[in-house]
Structures are given as structure tokens and as C-alpha cells.
Design a protein around this ligand. Structure first.
Ligand code: M6R
Length: 366
């Protein structure tokens, strides 16, 4: 059932070209400029005219929500708030009928997310679910939704569900932007065509495995890791750190790269590996200066870069080159080597990768 892989997590990491394609199948028809999300059809009006989008989730699904914040604001120009379900539900938040709430959950059973939905529903908001497990509690509690169609995810560490969540949210943002006229026809068409290439680019990224494994061997005994990224890659940094923590039990923190100088920089010495997501995008130059700051303090630099990058190669101890894509779609590719890194480190440390201590696949208690 592990399809020849040693662990479910590895199988699920490697399934991503297919799971992302499955998620887009029947929805994205790039050639003809068509994007259809069945679940959205009856609620498109509400979505388009929403004053605000509130995204609520936990853990990795919350990270997917952060990526969506950038997507919705860039493409559709609607203000977005991303809320930890556990905080949202107890904060007496301001919610109205003009809010469109998106709840993201792989399992569809997370207790806090479910409670956040009930609260928002009681205030008259429209609730849309982005879930993986068909027929689970969250899809039943929401007004509408789109399944991620990633297939069963068994490993406790979420991998293919994360990229499928981002795929659904990306399609939603593009559709919304197009309908609202905040995305031009040409740009929309270009983005749809680029989105369609993501499964094959993820396939290419997966080939970096042996390189990532060698890096894992070098850093497996580190006691701490920092993950840094900006813009769309900031949530990727958070996700990379969470993956490492939960399965290898190494302390790791994700930060927006620019926040480094507001505290975490004090941690940097020759014992501290710092993983940068430094792809060629609008914040590239700034990330390069952050890399220089770490280098000056003798931190070890592992950088995920765009294929062909030479600047970062000259600075970093290790570079992992991923295929180029639109800035907004980079998380779908950049997260892959980070999943592989945490996987290999955990295996090398003898950890139970699929069932890490103290964790459950679905957190049905608060
Ligand atoms: O099933 P959900 O997506 O609602 O689960 C949310 C979190 O419990 C989950 O993402 C958790 O953080 C994962 N173990 C991360 O890999």
C-alpha cells in the first residue's frame, strides 16, 4: 500500500505531480481559458462582492491560507485575513454577512476549524470549505466548497494535501480576479497556462532528491534550523520549519527574512543552518542581502533558488535549483525540497516519520 516506498510520507511527496494534476483535472482548461470550480458556481456572487475574505485553519492548512492571502490580494484585490481557528473562535471576532469565510482542512475533522465555522455561520457569513477527505464534518458544515482531490494522506506530516490546497486556492483567486476585472484577459490566460505546467515542474523538482539527501546527511545532527523567505515564500519558510519540527524533533523556526534583524539574527553562528527560499522574484535582491548578513555571521546557508541562479551559488554552502515559474506559483514547487529535507533528516535520525510522537493525523479535540 506504500507503493514500494519506505514510508507513506515519501510516497505522498512523490505523488504530488499527480495529486496536483488530479486537483486541476476537469477544472482548469488553460488552452480555452476556462476555469470551473463547481462548488463556487452558486456562491460566485457572494465571493465577488465580499467586503473581506477570512481564511481559517490550523497547522499546515493555515500555511496554505497564508499563501492564499497573497494570491487573493494580488489577483482579486479583496482584503484577506488569515486566522488560526483556535484564536478566531474565542476572540469574539467582528464578522458580517459580507464576509466570505474559507475554511481549509485536509481531514475535514479539525475541532477548532469546525468551531470557527459554526461561529462565522452564526454571524451570517458565507462559509466555503477547502477539504481533502470527502464527506468529512467540515464539508458538511459549510455552505459550499471544493475538494482538493489529493487522495488519502496517511503520513501525519501533510505534504500532498498542502500543495493541493494551494492549487484550489490559486484557481479560486484567478477565477475571482478575472470575474472582478482586476486581472486582465491576457494576464489571466498567461497565468492559466503557467499553472498547467506546475505538475511537470514539480516532477522536475522531485529529481533533486539525492542532492537534498546529501544535504540532510550533513545537517542531521544540528540542534536548530532557521527557515527564511519573503513574499509568497514566507509561508513556505513556515511550512519547511513545521515539517522539520514535527518529524525530526529538531527545533526549527520560520520567519519572514526581513524579520531576522529584529531578533533571530542573534542566534546565528557556525552551528546554525539557515534555509533560504531565494527564488528570482520581486524580493530576490533583498533576500540576497539577508543571505549576506547570515554569511557574515558564519551561518550555514542552504538556499532554494531558481534554476540557473549564479549570485546565490556564490554565497551559499548549498543550492537547490528549482524550475522557474510565476512568482505566485513558486510555493507549489519550492516546498518540495523542504519536504524532502525534513523527510531524510528524520529517517537518518531514526524517527518514526509517518507517526511522529505526540501527534495525530486529525486533531478532533481542542
Ligand atoms: O486536517 P487539517 O488540515 O485540518 O489539519 C490541520 C493540522 O493539524 C495539520 O496541518 C498539522 O499541522 C500537520 N500535521 C502538519 O503537517
Amino acid at each position: 500500500e506504500k507503493g514500494g516506498y519506505e514510508h507513506f510520507m515519501l510516497k505522498e511527496i512523490n505523488e504530488q505531480p499527480r495529486s496536483i494534476a488530479d486537483c486541476m483535472r476537469g477544472r482548469l482548461d488553460a488552452k480555452n481559458g476556462r476555469l470551473v470550480l463547481g462548488g463556487l458556481r452558486d456562491y460566485m456572487n457572494k465571493f465577488q462582492n465580499a467586503d473581506r475574505i477570512i481564511i481559517t485553519a490550523c497547522g499546515t492548512s493555515w500555511h496554505a491560507g497564508l499563501v492564499a492571502e497573497y494570491l487573493f490580494e494580488e489577483f482579486a484585490r479583496i482584503p484577506v485575513e488569515v486566522e488560526y481557528a483556535s484564536e478566531f473562535r474565542y476572540r469574539n471576532p467582528v464578522i458580517s454577512e459580507k464576509d466570505f469565510v474559507i475554511a481549509i482542512s485536509q481531514s475535514g475533522e479539525t475541532a477548532d476549524t469546525l468551531a470557527a465555522i459554526e461561529l462565522a455561520k452564526s454571524k451570517g457569513a458565507t462559509i466555503f470549505g477547502v477539504c481533502n477527505v470527502v464527506g468529512s464534518s467540515i464539508p458538511r458544515a459549510t455552505h459550499a466548497g471544493s475538494y482538493t482531490h489529493a487522495g488519502p494522506e496517511i503520513g501525519v506530516a501533510s505534504t500532498k494535501a498542502f500543495t493541493a490546497q494551494i492549487s484550489v486556492l490559486t484557481m479560486m483567486a484567478l477565477k475571482l480576479g478575472y470575474q472582478r476585472g482586476t486581472l486582465s484577459e491576457t494576464r489571466y490566460m498567461h497565468l492559466l497556462n503557467e499553472l498547467a505546467t506546475i505538475p511537470s515542474k514539480v516532477e522536475r523538482a522531485l529529481k533533486l532528491d539525492s542532492k537534498v539527501k546529501a544535504i540532510a546527511a550533513e545537517y542531521k545532527d544540528s540542534r536548530n534550523f532557521l527557515y527564511l523567505g519573503r513574499g509568497y515564500n514566507f509561508p513556505v519558510a513556515l511550512e519547511g520549519a513545521l515539517k522539520l519540527k514535527e518529524i525530526s524533533y529538531i527545533h526549527a523556526e520560520g520567519y519572514p527574512a526581513a524579520e531576522m534583524k529584529h531578533g533571530p539574527i542573534a542566534l546565528i553562528d557556525q552551528e546554525m543552518p539557515v534555509v533560504f527560499i531565494a527564488t528570482k522574484d520581486s524580493s530576490y535582491e533583498k533576500v540576497v542581502s539577508n543571505i549576506q548578513e547570515v554569511k557574515a555571521r558564519k551561518g550555514k546557508i542552504i538556499a532554494v533558488v531558481t534554476e540557473g541562479d549564479t549570485t546565490v551559488r556564490g554565497l551559499a554552502d548549498h543550492v537547490i535549483e528549482i524550475p522557474e515559474t510565476e512568482e505566485a506559483f513558486v510555493p507549489l514547487i519550492a516546498v518540495v525540497p523542504l519536504q524532502q529535507l525534513s523527510y531524510h533528516i528524520a529517517v537518518m535520525r531514526g524517527c518514526n516519520v509517518d507517526q511522529p510522537r505526540n501527534l495525530a493525523k486529525s486533531v478532533t479535540v481542542e
